[in-house]
Design a protein around this ligand. Structure first.
Ligand code: 5GP
Length: 186
């Protein structure tokens, strides 16, 4: 038995499909920023984006900087509260730099809207968004996603960085919890 219960996790996007798409996004980002001039800082939103970040930055063929922003909007429930809390701030100013925000998923859009407003006050040269996933059915505010991995249906997904009550971020694919109870052995 693996560390998760395969009967309770349905694979939505498998590892090779994720890898292929992340490579495409990296190539696109490299081409778009190659001749822009100035510094590019990739700002990863913790915790859910950490695997996407790790794979994406290695697919970007440019001398980027990386920084982290901790945000929490969910608590331990599956429904967004709309209240966003900064749990860890950037370590360096982004003034006059090109900022590429890397997020795991844009669901209602509330977290990203908060983040974009917050970053704009720091006067970067530009701001763009890369999100691995987007659930269009749940949109409450429209936010720009310049580099999107996959559109997904309105299901709660886990794995490849995304958690099930803090666990299963280490699944190498994106899955959906099916059936009763937690998708891992007690
Ligand atoms: P939003 O503010 O767009 O509604 O939600 C953004 C955050 O909610 C994401 O960064 C992520 O942490 C969490 N979230 C939204 N949908 C899901 C999901 O299907 N699975 C998991 N694990 N987290 C989600």
């Amino acid at each position: 038995m693996p560390f998760y219960d395969p009967d309770k996790i349905e694979i939505l996007i498998d590892g090779p499909t994720i890898a292929q798409r992340v490579a495409e996004l990296g190539a696109q980002i490299s081409a778009d920023y190659r001749d822009v001039g100035g510094d590019l800082v990739v700002v990863a939103v913790l915790k859910g984006s950490f695997l996407f970040l790790a794979d994406l930055v290695r697919a970007i063929d440019l001398p980027i900087e990386v920084d982290f922003l901790g945000l929490s909007s969910y608590g331990s429930s599956e429904e967004t509260s709309g209240v966003v809390q900064v749990t860890q701030d950037l370590t360096r100013p982004v003034k006059d730099k090109h900022v590429l925000v890397v997020e795991d998923i844009v669901d209602t859009g509330l977290t990203m809207q908060y983040l974009l407003d917050n970053l704009a006050t720091r006067r970067p040269a530009s701001i763009k968004v890369a999100s691995l996933l987007h659930k269009p059915a749940r949109t409450r505010v429209e936010v720009p996603v310049h580099y999107l991995g996959f559109e997904i249906p309105d299901r709660f997904v886990v794995g490849y960085g995304l958690d099930y009550v803090s666990k299963l971020r280490n699944l190498p694919f994106i899955g959906v919890n099916v059936g009763e109870g937690p998708p891992y052995p007690a």
